[in-house]
Design a protein around this ligand. Structure first.
Ligand code: PGA
Length: 244
């Protein structure tokens, strides 16, 4: 069954005091009776804080990246096993800020998704086109290639991931894809997943999702939730998106 999920991506934001207020609000306000799952993906140093604040709540937590390696001489990297020790359920992989800023290739993103699954985490695998690619009419080819790389490595385990469609031009820009345009891409991704025997994978939309536009996006038949950056730093906004 396609799970409904709204996941926050804090990116490199937060400090202990601000996080404490935000996490406490979410833990207190979100109940197990809600129709969607709610999760926050926090910077790695704050995982212990998230674990302590959320462990008795209905809110899940996760990381924003994970190493494809199990252990060893990988300075600065964090393994999936370490994330599991801090109670993570999710790890984002292949966010465009990592593909662009850290040179992550499709193959590396797929290896990270594999490492996450092996450790028992659910990878939230991001795909999406840049503005240039969209204007050249390449949106479908780009996301198809990105998803194909995941399917090639994950095979029969593809059904265990969550996919997030995040058009790069919509991230942090205030420009959101029109619900119908996002739905059109989700339909293509759904068909590709179905052909791989993974038609029940949840496909989130991400890119300037706010309380004001969430309901229209989440009403689309193939949009199963949202990956939320900036608006996930504000408890009221984030809770409203979760309930939209
Ligand atoms: P945004 O970021 O909601 O701030 O656009 C989304 C993301 O990058 O996951």
């Amino acid at each position: 069954m396609r799970r409904k999920l709204v996941a926050g991506n804090w990116k490199m934001n937060g400090d202990l005091a601000t996080n404490a207020r935000l996490l406490d609000r979410l833990a207190g306000a979100w109940t197990r009776a809600e129709r969607r799952s709610l999760a926050v993906c926090v910077p790695a140093p704050y995982l212990a804080q998230a674990q302590a604040a959320l462990q008795d709540s209905a809110v899940a937590w996760g990381a924003q990246d994970v190493s494809e390696h199990r252990s060893g001489a990988y300075t600065g990297d964090v393994s999936a096993g370490m994330l599991v020790e801090f109670g993570c359920r999710y790890a984002i992989v292949g966010h465009s800020e990592r593909r662009q800023g850290h040179g992550e290739t499709d193959a590396r993103v797929a290896a990270k998704a594999r490492a996450a699954l092996t450790a028992g985490l659910t990878p939230i695998a991001c795909v999406g086109e840049t503005l240039d690619e969209r204007e050249r009419g390449d949106t479908e080819a780009i996301v198809r290639r990105q998803l194909a790389a995941l399917i090639a490595v994950l095979g029969g385990d593809t059904g265990r991931i969550v996919v997030a469609y995040e058009p790069v031009w919509a991230i942090g820009t205030g420009r959101t894809a029109e619900p119908a345009d996002a739905q059109a891409v989700h339909t293509k991704l759904r068909a590709q997943l179905l052909a791989a025997g993974a038609g029940a994978v949840s496909i989130l939309y991400g890119g300037s999702v706010k309380a004001a536009n969430a309901a229209a996006l989440l009403a689309m038949p193939d949009i199963d939730g949202a990956l939320v950056g900036g608006a996930s730093l504000d408890a009221d906004e984030f809770l409203a998106i979760g309930r939209a």
